[in-house]
Write a protein that binds this ligand. Sequence first.
Ligand SMILES: C[S@@+](CC[C@H](N)C(=O)[O-])C[C@H]1O[C@@H](n2cnc3c(N)ncnc32)[C@H](O)[C@@H]1O
Length: 180
Amino acid sequence: MNNNTFVHKYIRPLISKKDTVVDMTAGNGNDTLFLARLAKKVHAFDISETAIKRSKEKTKDFDNIEFHLTSHGNVDRYVRKDEACLFLFNLGYLPGSDEDTCTEKNETLKAFEKAYALLKDKGYLIVTFYLRQKGGYEEYYLLDDYIKKNRFQILETYSQQKMDSPITYIIYKDQSKTEL
Ligand SMILES: C[S@@+](CC[C@H](N)C(=O)[O-])C[C@H]1O[C@@H](n2cnc3c(N)ncnc32)[C@H](O)[C@@H]1O
């Protein structure tokens, strides 16, 4: 099972039609579409016009998505604290595009910090790292270090255990157990 299949399988029972969720990297719109079917509302971010266009096209039958053509580092301008119960990061670059669209480690860290602060208590933050892509290892090490230093609760780690294969973290926010 690839990481996207794992993530979708994991998320399906967690979201209902009462929930607002956030796709931090809309890309080709596969995750946005998946989330729009389950949730009441989806915020979807991407810095690439092509990505937003493809995602809008893929989700044209849904009216519960707010698209934001801006960096996920600006997430706090569009999503209120305690509004969303899940933030999804599917890192790397836009498939079928050049590597200029690749996520950048410092911006990802900023977005990740903001997402965790905005996330509802008992909510989920899910992140998939693509080690093989440009800057992939550096991004993974930076975020992994931050997650572990701040003792975030990692419920599951998923990888196909092949050399350099993507890694997914399922993080759970339990305010009774963390200071952040
Ligand atoms: C692996 S793709 C996402 C795949 C997507 N979730 C899907 O289901 O098709 C990563 C996306 O992150 C976007 N991206 C890169 N830097 C970003 C940033 N700072 N803010 C938001 N999106 C960013 C890229 O443009 C690319 O579309």
